[in-house]
Write a protein of this length. Structure first.
Length: 339
């Protein structure tokens, strides 16, 4: 046990002092997919003090090709990613305190979740959530590290409130639009490359080696052998609504009501009730079976077959309706099943 971090403390930029810092720090990882599992594993092995991981999904067979940590058993049993990741990380390093939540991150809950953390790591697959992370980062003054990948292409940038430009400042300077939808497939090595950039930056932040941080926006294409590192030191905008002088945090403006959204490239609609509810999974399962639905459950979710669609309903009332991109239809299916 004593030797656990010896190779890391021998590295002079970390040393014993840096290691003590790493062990004191709290990191929030948003998303437990490819980037989430890879970043979480590296930080757990590095001995970070506390990890909070939040994810809205469950493990599917198509995840196993690149989402390290997940096992065939997790996909077979449709275990929520938050539950599976906590179990596997604890087996790697039981000294790390880990809180894992099955939740959809949105403008109404991220601020509360992020409070008290030293760093946020973006491991999401959509810009809607990244804008919320960006505003929460500025409001609470917590650094965050952007990461995205699609196909063989990846990018990363580190946002330090008060020092670097924020994501909102960069929006016009970077062609993000091509990265907003995961439709081109993905190869696993690009996940590792983005993760390497994110977790190296994370370690610098945790040991407080601010001078070592990369100040550029990196993009690379591992298949076509391209690498770019773009200087962003002049990209900060005084009139930015997220980090400028007269900031309004535009992406934290939350309107309540039932929310439906199409999950990009997945032929899936997510339906979220106005407020989280606490479903009794066993009651729901027997009611659905009595009504003639095909349904199965684990302690966290119910999987229901309805006509041609598949619906997964989580304990908090959130549902993923697979096999459709029609939000109105998904809402009708949801209302019919919940009664
Ligand atoms: Zn900004």
């Amino acid at each position: 046990m004593k030797d656990r971090y010896s190779r890391q403390t021998m590295f002079s930029a970390i040393g014993d002092k840096g290691q003590r810092n790493i062990q004191k720090k709290k990191v929030l990882i948003i998303g437990a997919g490819a980037l989430g599992t890879a970043n979480a594993e590296l930080l757990t092995r590095a001995g970070v003090g506390h990890l909070t991981i939040v994810d809205r999904d469950y493990v599917e067979w198509s995840n196993l090709q690149r989402q390290q940590l997940y096992l065939e058993r997790d996909a077979h049993d449709q275990i929520p990613k938050a539950i599976a990741i906590k179990k596997h990380l604890t087996a790697i390093n039981h000294d790390v305190s880990i809180v894992a939540c099955i939740k959809d991150v949105n403008a109404s809950n991220l601020e509360v979740m992020a409070e008290g953390h030293d760093l946020m790591i973006d491991a999401t697959d959509n810009f809607e959530t990244r804008w919320i992370i960006n505003d929460v980062s500025q409001k609470l003054s917590i650094p965050w590290i952007y990461g995205a990948c699609v196909g063989s292409f990846g990018m990363s940038f580190t946002v330090i409130p008060g020092k670097t430009p924020c994501m909102n400042c960069l929006w016009k300077a970077i062609p993000f639009q091509s990265m907003t939808c995961e439709t081109g497939g993905i190869i696993a090595p690009v996940v590792q490359m983005v993760t390497a950039h994110q977790s190296a930056e994370a370690m610098k932040i945790l040991v407080e080696d601010w001078a070592a941080l990369r100040k550029t926006f990196v993009t690379f294409d591992l298949w076509n052998n391209q690498f770019q590192s773009i200087d962003m030191t002049k990209a900060k905008r005084e009139d930015c609504l997220s980090c400028g002088k007269e900031r309004t945090y535009p992406f934290l403006d939350y309107t309540s009501g039932m929310k439906t959204m199409v999950l990009c490239g997945r032929d899936t609609v997510q339906v979220r009730p106005p407020k989280p509810i606490d479903l009794n999974i066993n009651h729901l399962l027997s009611r659905l079976k009595k009504a003639g639905y095909k349904a199965q459950a684990n302690p966290y979710l119910v999987h229901i077959h309805y006509e041609k669609e598949r619906m997964v309903l989580f304990k908090d009332g959130r549902a993923l309706i697979h096999g459709t991109n029609d939000m109105a239809y998904a809402k009708r299916v949801y209302q019919k099943i919940l009664g």
